[in-house]
Design a protein around this ligand. Structure first.
Ligand SMILES: *[C@@H]1O[C@H](CO)[C@@H](O)[C@H](O)[C@H]1NC(C)=O
Ligand SMILES: *[C@@H]1O[C@H](CO)[C@@H](O)[C@H](O)[C@H]1NC(C)=O
Ligand SMILES: *[C@@H]1O[C@H](CO)[C@@H](O)[C@H](O)[C@H]1NC(C)=O
Length: 126
């Protein structure tokens, strides 16, 4: 088989698949629950255990990615390691241990599911 024929065959196979799969993707809802705690009144001490909570009052019927993860963000920089991961985004809360990070009042948690939502800025101290 020559190349033209080969690629024509590949496109003939793939194109209908991509057309078919598109509506399935579009019908799923991107779920971005709002983080409730920590909020701007929160003060976390390094090494302590804290609870992150978020609003699960309005989940869509179908969630693209039900597994959540949480990262810390300082200023406009999100840390590259997960604080915790592998929990259900429908749990509404999860406990985390505060890692040894630079103290500051511009920390946020980022909750990732389909997408990310940030908490308000809060304080981490030693
Ligand atoms: C977080 O969720 C709230 C409530 O749905 C929304 O108003 C806010 O824009 C979201 N923030 C981000 C960074 O996605
Ligand atoms: C933060 O959450 C606490 C506990 O729910 C609440 O008492 C406090 O008013 C909240 N602070 C802000 C700024 O929303
Ligand atoms: C993050 O903040 C710093 C300091 O305010 C600024 O210099 C930098 O451009 C910001 N980066 C982004 C991606 O916004």
């Amino acid at each position: 088989m020559n190349f033209t024929l080969f690629f024509t065959a590949v496109f003939a196979l793939l194109f209908p698949l991509s057309v078919l799969s598109a509506p399935v993707h579009v019908s799923r809802d991107v779920y971005v629950p709002a983080v409730i705690l920590p909020n701007s009144s929160s003060v976390w001490t390094v090494g302590s255990t804290q609870t992150v909570t978020w609003d699960t009052s309005n989940p869509p019927s179908q969630i693209t990615n039900p597994t959540g993860s949480i990262r810390l963000r300082k200023g406009n920089k999100t840390l590259s390691t997960d604080l915790i991961s592998g929990f259900s985004i429908l749990d509404g809360k999860v406990q985390v241990q505060v890692p040894s990070v630079e103290p500051g009042d511009d920390w946020r948690v980022v909750l990732f599911g389909d997408s990310g939502n940030w908490s308000g800025a809060f304080t981490i101290k030693n």
